[in-house]
Write a protein that binds this ligand. Sequence first.
Ligand SMILES: [Zn+2]
Length: 284
Amino acid sequence: MSGNSGGPIIDSHTHILPDSFRRDRDTYARRDRTFSKLFASPKAKIATGDELIESMDGAGVDRCVTLGYGWTDLSVAGESNDYLLEQAEEHPNRFIPFCSVNPTWGDDALNEIRRCAGRGARGVGELHPDSQGYQLSNAELLAPMMALARELDLVVLTHSSEPVGHQYPGKGSATPSELEAFLVAFPENKIVFAHFGGGLPFYALMPEVKDALKNCYFDTAAAPYLYDPEIYTKLIDLIGPRLIFGSDFPLIAQKRALEHLRAEAGTGIEMAASMSRGATQLFT
Ligand SMILES: [Zn+2]
């Protein structure tokens, strides 16, 4: 799935953090609600930029979007954002850095986005509406952030969840009806819905939904935990190159995510080319 077979492999959904976040897990868990939710357990995986480069080299991934999490503490967000920007300066051809803010911070969120964009951030996210305390359908709250993202040509990436199926940590209220309201409110923004948008693309057979989906993208993050491999071809049939590959590293190893993708036999190269085209269009 790389080079002459299908274009570059871009992983649109990875997370890296400074080693201090791993060493001082308890301190960060006290400071930030999202960190506490996701990483209070010492088993929850945290990876540094060097570890991501090692994973990319092992799995054959060319470039990665490096995301923060939906932080609730401004100074934790600042530390994490600085790290993503520094790592991208160190690995300019491998990492595409995003920055994380909480839209409920008002001007502080906008200032942090401006600061990070000035240093090379290409997007905002991952947003985690549940732990950050808002709904994606709250257009009034989100409007200033979305206007700034549009002005600075930043992609906005949000966590998404299925309204059905098994429960897991992080499954929340950002389900297809919320996502649709968000899209309808901000049709001009570049938006990526993580985790297949909780299944929103399945509704692309409804003409009005198809129309609402025409500018947004969906990533495949955490797919092996959520769906059978046939999801890839089914969704490429429905939304074409707007389905892009994302692993959710380090929650899922990139190698494993690619194996899941490649398990859909017979259509590998065509499928990879479609996803690579989508991500190239969006991020490079
Ligand atoms: Zn997520």
